[in-house]
Design a protein around this ligand. Structure first.
Ligand code: BV8
Ligand code: ZN
Length: 256
């Protein structure tokens, strides 16, 4: 049974051919890959939460000014995540990593903080923007995995009583150096760079797409709509990643 995509078979076969000929694959995911798990995207709806723009709540200034509001924002997203699970798109990326590519030749770089790639079983995973299931102390910088349990409205550190914050990179904050270096290296070394479910507007993450292109990698985009990556992609697969990624993996297994 051939999967029909909005723009036919050719792009799927072309993407499969790029992947068959590739030794190293780097993948960049955004909120779109979690959409079919029921996690709202950022710019999908209207990018608002309780009338606030995400860019206004997910910042150190907002946390400084009104930590209770910011914790309410994250506690609500953590509670919502209790009801969601990885979807076939997440699982197809695990299959690419474990069954099709050599482990050292596959790197998954995500902008998402929902933890669904880790839950799906991805191992070589770089979480550029942190993880909503982890907190860190604003005083002693201790980090703690806290899962999705509800935290107090102003949770405090058990070691020093300092105020805890989500271990997430907010807007106007630098990404963790070590994670960024690894992502930049995987991007420079890859033969194919696959961009899945991102509007490609947030930097420096989106800059990886341009860096891959400059380094001569083939760029494959999977999205349900045009994004800022579309014009530089070598092939665009239009449709939901939860259907396209499994179809791509099936195609690669057929030819194996
Ligand atoms: C930095 C954690 C500098 C938060 C996130 C002024 C001052 C300083 C910096 C800036 C500034 N003005 C602008 C900047 C840069 C800024 C930036 O890029 N802003 C944008 C909005 C223009 N960047 C930063 O601030 C970064 N830091 O620059 O620091 C610096 C340097 C040194 C020292 C000090 C400072 C930090 C950026 C990280 C911000 N944190 N997340 C949280 O989640 O609560 S970013 C946030 O956006 C999420 O992580 C998300 O992943 C990310 C990107 O969004 P997308 O994932 O692309 O999601 P989106 O909704 O946009 O798109 C979804 C896509 O999926 C769509 O294309 C849709 O079509 C598609 N889709 C939907 N369904 C499906 C699908 N595709 C496939 N299948 C489907 N089913
Ligand atoms: Zn502390």
């Amino acid at each position: 049974m051939h999967e029909r995509f909005d723009d036919g078979e050719r792009p799927l076969e072309q993407a499969a051919m790029f992947l068959r000929n590739a030794r190293r694959l780097a993948v960049l995911t955004g909120a779109g890959i979690s959409a079919e798990s029921g996690v709202p995207t950022f710019r999908g709806a209207d990018g608002l939460w309780e009338g606030h723009r995400i860019e206004e709540v997910a910042t150190p200034e907002a946390f400084q000014h009104n930590p209770k509001l910011v914790w309410r924002f994250y506690n609500q997203r953590r509670t919502n995540l209790k009801k969601v699970a990885p979807n076939p798109g997440h699982l197809a990326l695990v299959e690419l990593e474990t069954a099709i590519f050599q482990p050292d030749d596959f790197t998954l770089i995500t902008q998402n903080v929902d933890g669904l790639h880790r839950e799906a079983g991805s191992r070589r995973l770089l979480e550029l923007h942190g993880n909503i299931r982890r907190v860190r102390c604003t005083q002693c910088h201790d980090r703690l995995e806290v899962g999705l349990e509800q935290l107090a409205e102003l949770p405090s550190c058990s070691k020093c009583r300092g105020l805890l914050r989500p271990d997430i990179v907010w807007f106007h904050e630098a990404l963790p150096d070590d994670v960024w270096e690894e992502a930049a290296l995987a991007t420079a070394m890859c033969d194919v760079f696959m961009v899945v479910g991102t509007s490609a507007v947030v930097y420096p993450a989106a800059g990886l797409i341009h860096a891959a292109k400059r380094a001569g990698s083939k760029v494959i985009e999977i999205n349900i709509a045009r994004s800022d990556a579309t014009d530089i992609a070598d092939v665009c697969l239009l449709g939901p990643s939860g259907a396209i990624l499994p179809a791509l993996v099936r195609r690669l297994r057929e030819a194996a």
